[in-house]
Design a protein around this ligand. Structure first.
Ligand SMILES: [Cu+2]
Length: 116
């Protein structure tokens, strides 16, 4: 009896979900220059459930805001700043500059989260 119980505890995958693709950890380097991202860094594509790390550097002090996941960070030259989150919601979320003049909050790029 005790042996059987031990065996059942060892069976892998019982109670796991495991459907769909594997959840991945995705890292992106984002380099702000004069308040803009290079064209090839303006769209960040991940899948729902992914763990995402955005690593920012900048040449000027800036405040950035990832909508949808609502993360705001201050960037200063010479210091890398990471945004870490799990992409729970699907959709297309703008990343904006904040702290500019009133009414001037340009969109730097988009985070696109696709369904799994
Ligand atoms: Cu914003």
């Amino acid at each position: 009896m005790r042996v059987l119980l031990f065996f059942l505890l060892l069976v892998p995958g019982l109670g796991g979900c495991g459907r769909g693709g594997e959840v991945a950890r995705k890292e992106f380097q984002l380099t702000l220059r004069q308040g803009a991202l290079p064209a090839d860094q303006q769209v960040i594509r991940v899948h729902q459930g992914d763990e995402v790390i955005l690593r920012w550097t900048t040449d000027e002090p800036r405040s950035i805001h990832l909508h949808g996941h609502d993360i705001e960070k201050q960037l200063t030259p010479g210091a890398a700043v990471a945004m870490w989150f799990v992409a729970r919601a699907t959709g297309r979320f703008p990343i904006m500059l904040h702290g500019q003049q009133e009414g001037d909050e340009p969109i730097l790029g988009y985070l696109e989260v696709y369904p799994r």
